[in-house]
Ligand binder design. Sequence first.
Ligand SMILES: [Zn+2]
Length: 145
Amino acid sequence: MAMFNCPTCYKTIGELPKSGTLLVLCADCHFKYEVLRGRLIERTSVRVGGPNNDPIRRYVFRLDVPNRDADSVKFARQGIEEVQARPGDDVVIVHTMRGRHREEALAVHNLTTGDSFAINAPGRKSRATAEAWASPSVCSLAVGC
Ligand SMILES: [Zn+2]
């Protein structure tokens, strides 16, 4: 069984569902995550700006999730590399949650191809402030918390 690691602490905090949704709160960093896994129905990507060597694309992923309606996930991502997935691929999309709502899309993992695409770091907006005040007590991503 594949496990889900906290994208901030790299600690194992849950079991990756075969399909469907995992909601999990990390006891260490207190971020709440939604891990959505399903078969890709459709992926669209539209370039919405950015320079040619660092374009911004807006994506819509529609996933087939058992026992409920197809789930649409929308996010924007900047980078020359496009998030790749084909219909039928086994796809995992990770979000941070604020209450019951998706806040930021963090990553797309294509389990069929083995590719992972980072979208955002958790709490990037608040972390930018924290980094400006960086001190040794701020835990490093490399070693985990
Ligand atoms: Zn964590």
